[in-house]
Design a protein around this ligand. Structure first.
Ligand code: BGC
Length: 851
């Protein structure tokens, strides 16, 4: 036995030594030629079966080891909020927040820190960053991405990737490409013209490949122009591997492969999370019959081995136990990422910062004040060691008395993350509250009729009538069928009442009150969050309620609540608001609603508009903080509050960073990486975000009819002012922009240097983001009024001036020429704009590019 173990150890040592000697040494020391020799050596020793085994993942997050050639098992883990190994771990500001820092150096530090975290957890491949362009605020994954602008997204993605990879960890840029919605993300086609694809949706991927030499690319779940991303040769073979020369791993998103042969021939190298389609059963016969060539398989294997060799995975252990998991340095980076991303959007009458000397009592109110919401939901969500909530951050930062009330009824303590539990809690409590407050005229009953089809036809089975009590509606099991609920409600107050209804994301329903349909949710297309409507009701006048509910699965779950408006905001919240010297009202979403796989609503969750209205009417010094991955409908309350701070999803130190800003220890620094529309109807994608309904078997298609005019490109071109423009963010000081000079930088006709000065003209130190936009009014094709082509974040003391110099190259002036399939610069007049948002560009000059 002992001999056998010894022999096994010796074989392993020999294998390792062989690899070590014949294939070079450590990461960074191998030249490309040496790497290729090592790869050839390993490949030559592999059987076809082993090769096919390597190109399909297993156990959800792993890539197979091939022990016979000394190839180790590779471990992947999600990002970008942190390195997700199901906790505890460090949670950083989410992707959109990182973009709001407009600080490539912050992105590099954050990437380095995540790289170290990955090493501390033995992770080889980090599944981050996500660089899909934000089209609409309802996409439940916007919070993971870097905003609406391809240039900003590129400048954040490149240093982030370089930071991760500097620690010997492969970064994965995802989701390639045009994954810009979450409803139907696995079956909707993103359709657009080639110019839009090249100018808006691909540049961040291109920069990741060409500049950051990203080790891995993840293809998207969706279709692009009618072909699954994993089967899209134009994207994968022509562009990624051809034009851009990508020589790393192209992996699929989890479950995004539908046809093993098509994907194998379309450039996909690794099927995740398992080799379900690129399997022995599919590929061996396909190779035999010539449908897939063995060299195609070899190329995939070569890429996987090449990447492993390049990152040193064959030469050292990936797990580094000397890196602390509970890491103070990482915690500081999490804090810095929050500090630089939190964005001040409104500050009327300089209500902020609060003066510690004058504020004796602060009321902290709202569902987002506690607990902490470091990130949105889905695969990026990490479980931090000790996240700091807004309530704790404020309380830790002041000697004033801090009073707290959630303000709205329902899911008070420890919000569960499972969506179904959440729904139950909300409605359980909503109804409980209703019941205990005697707002039901009761006793009321509900009739439950189950139908065997989805159309409510035929004779229903009346399950039973039961009293509505403090629980969610009873849900019979109706596989493939539908349920009708009929109930009545007799109010004891004459006032507006909130009807709240919640189901699972793929379910659908219609709600009628007094014979009129008042709410509808279509299957899959709408978010999983609670839907609500306010209706006036009269005391003692019984209202009829009917719900036609079509559950998507065998275990349906529906909850209904009715709340009189006067009972919505709690008495405690009103009382503490009245007596406080200032109020922080913290509203927004949470990971169960703003979440991968779902859309979230444009409106704030139920009751929150009313909470802000009620509290701001009681206390003039009401500061709203907003937790979300992007914009929300602010029309119901923005005019009524003096201050609004957007916290995004700020990571584990969000509460600390917010408190520093509230009390003026630091000036806010964040600037918007997305345009905030006034209303959803104003958005340039309003008519093209949801795919028109299709017949069974047809692909739902979203046509990107706005073309390149996404976000500020639309608003500046149409001369419409949005709620808050792209690039906007207030500080506690002011800045001036002067002395713009544009000069040729080299003898090339399209190399320029743009020079100008930024001065802090206020009384405190602070930072601003100087932004350079280029316009091409004499172009042969229609182009946006302004496009971001450079920026520089400056931190200045009062009175200090900094000279800034930004270089422009030919790509800064170019558009994608569809006729020649190339970037092209039209000679003629160009306008250079400089300022600190897409709307505020006080410096402007024209230059003429000669032929
Ligand atoms: C997501 C990817 C993620 C993967 C693994 C997929 O559902 O779209 O972004 O990396 O799961 O968790």
């Amino acid at each position: 036995m002992r001999m056998r173990i010894l022999a096994k150890c010796l074989t392993l040592c020999l294998l390792f030594l062989c690899n070590y000697l014949s294939l070079g040494q450590t990461q960074g020391q191998d030249t490309n030629a040496q790497i290729e020799r090592r790869v050839d050596n390993i490949l030559a020793k592999m059987t076809l079966e082993n090769k096919i085994r390597l190109i399909g993942g297993y156990d959800d997050m792993l890539v197979h080891a091939i022990p016979s050639v000394g190839f180790p098992q590779l471990r992947t883990a999600d990002g970008p909020e942190g390195v997700r190994t199901w906790g505890p771990e460090t949670a950083y500001a989410a992707g959109i927040a990182l973009a709001a820092t407009w600080n490539p150096d912050m992105a590099r530090r954050l990437g380095e820190s995540m790289g170290s975290d990955a090493r501390a957890e033995g992770v080889h491949i980090l599944l981050a960053p996500g660089v899909n362009i934000v089209r609409a605020p309802m996409d439940g994954r916007d919070f993971e991405y870097f905003g609406e602008d391809p240039f900003l997204a590129s400048r954040i993605a490149v240093p982030f990737i370089q930071g991760v990879q500097s620690k010997g960890v492969v970064a994965t840029v995802k989701h390639f490409a045009a994954n810009n919605l979450e409803y139907g993300r696995s079956y909707v086609s993103s359709d657009m013209d080639e110019r839009t694809l090249r100018e808006i949706y691909l540049p961040a991927f291109e920069a990741a490949v060409k500049e950051a030499h990203v080790g891995s690319v993840m293809s998207a779940l969706n279709l692009v122009n009618g072909e699954y991303a994993a089967e899209n040769r134009h994207l994968n073979v022509d562009i990624l591997k051809g034009e851009w020369g990508f020589d790393g791993i192209l992996m699929s998103d989890w479950g995004a492969v539908h046809n093993g042969v098509a994907s194998a021939n379309a450039g996909l190298d690794l099927e995740m999370a398992s080799g379900q389609f690129m399997s022995l059963e599919t590929l061996l016969p396909a190779i035999e019959s010539g449908k897939v060539s063995e060299s195609t398989i070899d190329d995939k294997v070569r890429r996987i081995i090449r990447t492993a060799v390049r990152f040193g995975f064959l030469d050292r252990e990936q797990l580094d136990v000397n890196i602390p998991l509970f890491n103070r340095a990482a915690n500081k980076i999490a804090l810095d990422s929050a500090r630089e991303s939190i964005t001040l959007l409104k500050n009327e009458g300089h209500v902020l910062p609060l003066d510690r000397a004058k504020i004796k009592t602060i009321a902290v109110i709202g569902p987002n004040a506690w607990p902490a919401f470091p990130g949105g939901g889905g695969s990026s969500q990490v479980l931090p060691f000790a996240p700091v909530s807004i309530l704790q951050g404020i309380a830790d930062a002041t000697d004033a008395k801090v009073l707290y009330a959630r303000g709205l009824s329902a899911d008070a303590a420890g919000l569960p993350l499972e969506n179904d539990v959440y729904a139950k809690t909300v409605y359980g409590n909503a109804l409980e509250r209703a019941a205990t407050n005697d707002v039901w005229g009761g006793p009321e009953t509900v009739k439950i009729e189950a139908y065997t089809d989805k159309d409510f036809s035929g004779t229903p089975k009346i399950l039973h009538s039961r009293r509505i009590d403090a629980a969610h509606l009873h849900t019979p099991i109706v596989v493939g069928g539908s349920i009708r609920y009929t109930a009545s409600f007799t109010p004891i107050f004459s006032e507006s009442h909130l009807f709240l209804i919640s189901v699972q994301a793929e379910d659908s329903y219609k709600l009628w009150v007094n014979g009129e349909q008042v709410l509808e949710k279509k299957a899959g297309y709408d978010s999983q969050s609670t839907n609500w409507i306010e209706l006036p009701l009269e005391r003692d006048k019984t209202a009829s309620i009917r719900i036609d509910y079509v559950p998507s699965q065998g275990h349906p779950q529906i909850s209904l609540g009715v709340l009189p408006e006067s009972q919505l905001v709690s008495e405690e919240a009103k009382r503490i608001a009245k007596q406080a010297d200032a109020v922080i009202v913290s509203v927004g979403f949470d990971p169960s609603v703003e979440c991968e796989g779902h859309e979230r609503p444009f409106a704030l969750p139920w009751g929150q508009d009313r909470l802000i209205q009620t509290i701001s009417a009681l206390n003039k010094r009401t500061i709203v903080t907003l937790t979300s991955g992007g914009n929300v409908d602010m029309r119901p309350w923005l005019d009524r509050v003096p201050a609004l701070v957007h916290t995004w999803y700020p990571g584990q130190q969000g509460g600390t960073a917010l408190a520093e800003i509230i009390f003026g220890d630091r000036s806010p620094e964040g600037h918007l990486p997305v345009t905030f529309d006034r209303s959803w109807e104003d958005s340039p994608v309003h008519n093209s975000y949801y795919a028109p309904l299709t017949k069974q078997g047809e692909i739902p298609r979203v046509t990107y009819s706005e073309g390149v005019f996404v976000g500020y490109r639309y608003y500046t071109s149409k001369n419409i002012t949005p709620q808050f423009p792209f690039g906007f963010g207030l500080s506690y000081t002011n800045f001036s922009f002067t002395h713009l000079v544009v000069t040729p930088a080299t003898s090339k006709v399209d190399d320029y240097s743009v020079d100008f000065d930024v001065t802090n003209i206020g009384k405190v130190s602070g930072s601003d983001v100087a932004q350079l936009y280029v316009g091409d009014p004499s172009s042969a094709v229609i182009r946006p009024e302004k496009e971001l082509k450079g920026f520089d974040k400056v931190r200045l003391e009062p009175g200090q001036t900094k000279h800034i110099s930004i270089k422009l190259d030919s790509r800064s002036f170019a558009y994608w020429d569809v006729i020649h399939s190339a970037w092209h610069v039209d000679p003629g007049r160009f306008t250079i704009y400089v300022g600190d948002s897409s709307e505020n560009t006080p410096l402007k000059t024209d230059i003429v590019l000669k032929r």
